[in-house]
Design a protein around this ligand. Structure first.
Ligand SMILES: Nc1nc2c(ncn2[C@@H]2O[C@H](COP(=O)(O)OP(=O)(O)OP(=O)(O)O)[C@@H](O)[C@H]2O)c(=O)[nH]1
Ligand SMILES: [Mg+2]
Length: 469
């Protein structure tokens, strides 16, 4: 209910310097008057309805529990009068000391005095419903909060600022003027097929030369940037004792996995997180693949195989000191269709005349020589992984407008709808049919920016937020 006044703790729970409780809605200021008194400890009176505050100023004072007349905390308070606030409603913020009990007490007295607890993302939902931001900006706020790397932060910031909204508004404006052209063609040249055709050819040209390339660029950008937002999964594969765990430790620069000269050391999947040039990576070390009757090892090998198939990229580790054994030959075949880089490890032990990359089984596969023990070849391996995963076009600047997956799916529908419209103009040029098709494109564009009311969609999007945002 948008009429409610909502409240929530807006900072992470736990001990910290400052915690913020936020209130939004028409009752925010009257709640503040019941709880807040200005001034130093020892000089303060009781909360008063006479409290006069200027909007957007920070006031020093104390928060009082009116039931017991006791001070809860020494705080800073801000009142932001509608519509100059995040939600476009009256907003009050109390900045207190951050501790679970303090913040919880503050929230409780606020609720006792007329607010209701905010649901996940409810402040942002209000900002959207009250027209301060569109849906692309609201979604970008979640992406900004959840951004796993610097590049994802940059991409989200551009959308929070309305980058995608502006581009889509431009596209909508162009299509609206094409609809207007169709309408005037119908009105002014009734019966004159030739004039209709000229108008429709002009419309076709604009769609083809300006609008479609614009939309295709947006779609491609989502594809190019998805890995910065979602990250990638790498799996390490290989026979026992080839140095898989050593490689994981070297890549993540931590002693995460147990390394030993005993073959079969790693049994379960060991997961670690790191990043390569801003791409968030989850890397999995797995059990060595070989023939075994040990039931525990067999479970580990099954898990390893499952991970190879889920991974975006497999690092197949071989030993530089010897040729491939039977298991490794089979493993190469098994990885056949999966994206794989061959990592020839223990290069420090290799004889000068031993070059495994010549072996026919791995010929043609991307490969690199490394020593996980000493660290040689590791930065080159990271470069190779990055090149393999990231399109060469993925060079970003903060201004780059990038849709998310939901938006891209609708943009793809829009491209299809425009292509149908182009075909319709070719086969049976009729301004009223084209006008209807273009109006349909406008509706789809409204779905991207949230201008067409879809409660279910909004509930789904805002439920992904944390409470307090
Ligand atoms: N000289 C040398 N030794 C290495 C290198 N990488 C790993 N080793 C050694 O090889 C042995 C096995 O290393 P691990 O990393 O445990 O190998 P693994 O593939 O994880 O083995 P399992 O978990 O048993 O399948 C250890 O004694 C490591 O110190 C390397 O680049 N050079
Ligand atoms: Mg291991």
């Amino acid at each position: 209910m948008i009429n409610d006044t909502i409240a929530a703790i807006s900072t992470p729970l736990g001990p910290g310097g400052i915690g913020i409780v936020r209130i939004s809605g028409s009752g925010a200021f009257s709640i503040m008057k019941k709880l807040f008194v200005r001034g130093k400890y020892g000089e303060i009176g009781k909360p008063s309805h006479e409290l006069r505050l200027s909007s957007h100023f920070v006031y020093y004072g104390h928060l009082i529990d009116p039931k017991t007349d006791t001070i809860i905390d020494e705080i800073l308070a801000i009142f932001m009068k509608a519509p100059k606030s995040f939600t476009r409603e009256d907003v009050v913020e109390f900045h207190s000391h951050s501790g679970f009990v303090v913040l919880d007490r503050i929230l409780s007295v606020i609720v006792d005095n007329g607010a209701v607890l905010a649901g996940p993302g409810e402040f942002t939902k209000r900002a959207f419903l009250n027209g301060r931001i569109d849906l692309t900006q609201a979604e970008a706020v979640i992406e900004l909060i959840n951004a796993p790397c610097e590049t994802a932060v940059q991409l989200a910031s551009c959308q929070v600022a309305g980058g995608l909204r502006d581009v889509l508004d431009g596209v909508s404006g162009s299509i609206t003027s094409l609809v207007a052209k169709c309408e005037s063609s119908i009105e002014f040249y009734e019966g004159s097929e030739l004039d209709h055709e000229n108008d429709l050819r002009n419309i076709q040209r604009t769609l083809r030369q300006s609008i479609l390339p614009n939309l295709s660029t947006l779609i491609q950008r989502q594809k190019d940037t998805a890995i910065f937002k979602e990250g990638v999964l790498l799996a390490i594969a290989g026979a026992p004792n080839v140095g898989k765990s050593s490689l994981l430790n070297r890549l993540v620069e931590k002693e995460t996995a147990i390394v030993s000269e005993v073959p079969g050391t790693t049994r379960d999947v060991v997961r670690e997180y790191f990043s390569i040039n801003g791409v968030p990576v989850v890397i999995c070390d797995t059990a060595g693949i070989h023939d075994t009757n040990d039931p525990i090892e067999r479970i580990g090998i099954k898990k390893a195989r499952d991970h190879f198939h889920q991974a975006d990229l497999v690092l197949l580790v071989l030993e530089a000191t010897r040729k491939l054994n039977d298991f490794e030959e089979k493993l190469v075949q098994e990885l056949g269709n999966l994206k794989t880089i061959v990592v020839i490890n223990k290069d420090d032990l290799a004889e000068d005349d031993m070059d495994l990359s010549n072996q026919k089984q791995i010929a043609g596969m991307p490969h690199i020589r490394v020593s996980a023990k000493i660290g040689t070849g590791i930065s080159e391996l990271k470069g190779l992984i990055f090149k393999d995963l990231v399109s060469s076009k993925s060079v970003f600047s903060q201004e780059h407008v990038t849709p998310n997956l939901r938006q891209r799916k609708i943009l793809e529908k829009i491209v299809q709808a425009i292509e149908r419209c182009l075909l319709a103009i070719d086969s049976h040029p009729s301004p009223d049919v084209v006008s209807e098709m273009l109006n349909n494109v406008l509706l789809l564009l409204a779905d991207v920016s949230g201008k067409r009311n879809k409660e279910d969609l909004y509930d789904h999007i805002f439920s992904q937020f944390c409470v307090g945002k």
